[in-house]
Design a protein around this ligand. Structure first.
Ligand code: PEP
Ligand code: MN
Length: 337
């Protein structure tokens, strides 16, 4: 961490600062410039109290140099983590393709979808049983009955199940059925939920909140990792901007940026990221071209009559066509799908 002193800082203020830095367990190196004095504080700057040094007399500015997250950082773990959860493998050469409806609606709907997406090459089945809806009047999901139908779909196809958990009390229940616990965008900063998922043996797909920064997203992942669950993947699903032609704005630079900062696999959600069926295949292909480790996409037997998010959902034939195109992109970037 670099601490910049004010031009008016006195020698007493500098000495006081050096003492305080050393009390925090850091080593203070004083560097006197022609206009300003700066103090380079060496050691683990993530300790409590460091940022408050900005309030010490004579201090102008405190600039951390280490990322605020530790376990999620690429410095801590230079190789990309490969996560295996049933049929889903993500983070290696193989691209994870997670496909299925926004919500589980019936046995026929989920089993039919599971078979269709598997035949097209998907490596996991998504489907929400607990739905976090913006409106309380919208379909809230089939809850445990939906989880049982997901288990049936897994039995029939062998596909790993990715499904959302919305509250800490439900983590044990959802973990009984799921291979991957999805933490939704609206819940990214629900710290009790993150802690509870940290204790689960199921992998976690953590979605970025629509107004969360990358650092906040990685700190949310840090909660799960710190709880003892190392199987976390980060999902970019779009952020809120002034633009309204798409439901959210899907920033694909997140893929290489996250891959520089973290060893956790990166997944892109082109369904929520665009909010329009017609835009999904292009963004899925772009995600793979950008180096994404996985894609999560909404697929339904009859999108027009889906109980949620039909406007951004692919039908089986569109998904199959998209998979063929994605496979060619994957090959071009030396991945398999
Ligand atoms: C979903 O995956 O259906 C969902 C609700 O996603 P998000 O949390 O990204 O809005
Ligand atoms: Mn959805």
């Amino acid at each position: 961490m670099i601490i910049v002193m004010k031009t008016t800082a006195t020698e007493d203020e500098l000495n006081h600062l050096v003492e305080h830095v050393e009390q925090l367990g850091l080593k203070a190196n004083v560097l006197r410039g022609t206009e300003r004095t700066v103090v380079a504080a060496i050691g683990d700057e993530r300790v409590e109290g460091v940022r408050a040094l900005e309030s010490a007399p004579g201090v102008d500015n405190v600039m951390p140099v280490l990322a605020p997250y530790k376990l999620a950082s690429r410095e801590a773990h230079t190789e990309t983590s490969v996560i295996k959860a049933g049929s889903l493998e993500i983070g290696g050469k193989q691209i994870g393709m997670i496909a299925g409806p926004c919500s589980v609606e019936s046995e026929e709907q989920i089993v039919e979808t599971a078979k269709a997406v598997k035949a097209a090459g998907a490596t996991a089945l998504r489907g929400g049983a607990f739905k976090p809806r913006t409106s309380p009047y919208s379909f809230q999901g089939m809850k445990e009955d939906g989880l049982k139908l997901l288990a049936t779909a897994r039995d029939e196809t062998g596909l790993a199940i990715v499904t959302e958990v919305v509250s800490p009390e439900d983590v044990d229940l959802v973990s009984k059925y799921a291979d991957v616990l999805q933490i939704g965008a609206r819940n990214m900063q629900n710290y009790r939920l993150l802690e509870a998922c940290g204790k689960s043996s199921a992998a976690v797909l953590l979605k970025r909140g629509p107004s969360a920064t990358i650092d906040e997203t990685l700190l949310a992942a840090e909660y799960v990792l710190d709880g003892g669950n190392g199987n976390v993947m980060i999902c970019e699903r779009g952020i809120r901007t002034f633009e309204s032609h798409t439901r959210f704005t899907l920033p694909l630079a997140t893929v290489p940026y996250l891959q520089q900062k973290t060893h956790l696999p990166v997944v892109i959600d082109p369904s929520h990221g665009t909010g329009h069926t017609s835009l999904v295949p292009a963004m899925a292909k772009a995600a793979i071209a950008a180096g994404a480790d996985g894609v999560i996409v909404e697929v339904h037997p009859d999108p027009e009559n889906a109980k949620s998010d039909g406007y951004q959902t692919l039908c089986f034939s569109d998904f199959d066509k998209m998979m063929g195109e994605c496979r060619r992109i994957a090959e071009a970037v030396d991945r398999t799908l």
